[in-house]
Design a protein around this ligand. Structure first.
Ligand SMILES: CSCCC(=O)C(=O)COP(=O)(O)O
Ligand SMILES: [Zn+2]
Length: 208
């Protein structure tokens, strides 16, 4: 692993701890990865790990097809989703997946619509390439499944159909987001989760 990738792996561990401190990866949920642009190899959290305690030794190295190259234990059960997301977004170098209360609620109620659309908030400008609160961010929602191959195919289709999206939701499951660095992935994660909470609270308020 070269120095630049090692730095990103350290940053990824800090991101996992930060997410855990917020309660965003409860009960070993969530997974995190970075990619080495030199060879396409992916460094991903092992399965079943308490992400609040993640260290570089808890990551496995995969090739671009998801085959294990090195590392201990089993790679994340959702590795196939990371493989697809990196293939579909070649500039991305980091992926975060979290299970929060707000993304779980919002994705569960939006699965029939197939997407969540969020517009009008200043914080949308935290998403790369967005320069106005008037931007409408369309986040696809995929029906959850235990068939990870099917989920990977659906993720591929969702990313194909929504080339500008900064994240994808799995219904009643969680969010996938990414960035060209761990820092960008973290900013997208924090912004999207803020927007999901605002949107959920707004929907709740409008029913009262
Ligand atoms: C206990 S959460 C169920 C699995 C899941 O959705 C997840 O994000 C964690 O899976 P992993 O194999 O990456 O630990
Ligand atoms: Zn998950």
């Amino acid at each position: 692993m070269n120095v630049r990738v090692a730095e990103q792996v350290d940053a990824l561990c800090q991101l996992a701890h930060w997410a855990a401190a917020r309660g965003w990866v409860p009960a070993t949920s969530g997974n995190f990865s970075v990619r080495d642009p030199a060879n396409g190899h992916i460094y991903i959290s092992c399965s079943g790990l308490d992400k609040g305690r993640m260290t570089p030794a808890d990551l496995l190295e995969l090739d671009a097809q998801g085959r294990v190259i090195s590392g201990l234990g089993k790679p994340s059960a959702e590795s196939g989703l990371h493989v697809v997301a990196y293939r579909m977004r070649p500039k991305m170098r980091a992926i975060a997946h979290v299970h929060t209360i707000w993304n779980t609620l919002l994705s569960a109620r939006s699965v029939d619509a197939g997407h969540v659309e969020i517009a009008g908030y200043e914080l949308l400008k935290a998403l790369s390439g967005v320069d106005s609160h008037a931007h409408a961010e369309r986040v696809p929602v995929i029906a959850n499944s235990q068939d990870y191959s099917m989920l990977a195919r659906e993720l591929e289709e969702a990313l194909e159909r929504n080339p500008e999206t900064h994240g994808v939701l799995l219904s009643a499951h969680g969010l996938y987001t990414w960035g060209t660095s761990v820092a960008e992935a973290r900013r997208h994660l924090e912004a999207l989760e803020f927007l999901f909470e605002v949107e959920c609270r707004r929907m709740q308020g409008s029913r009262e």
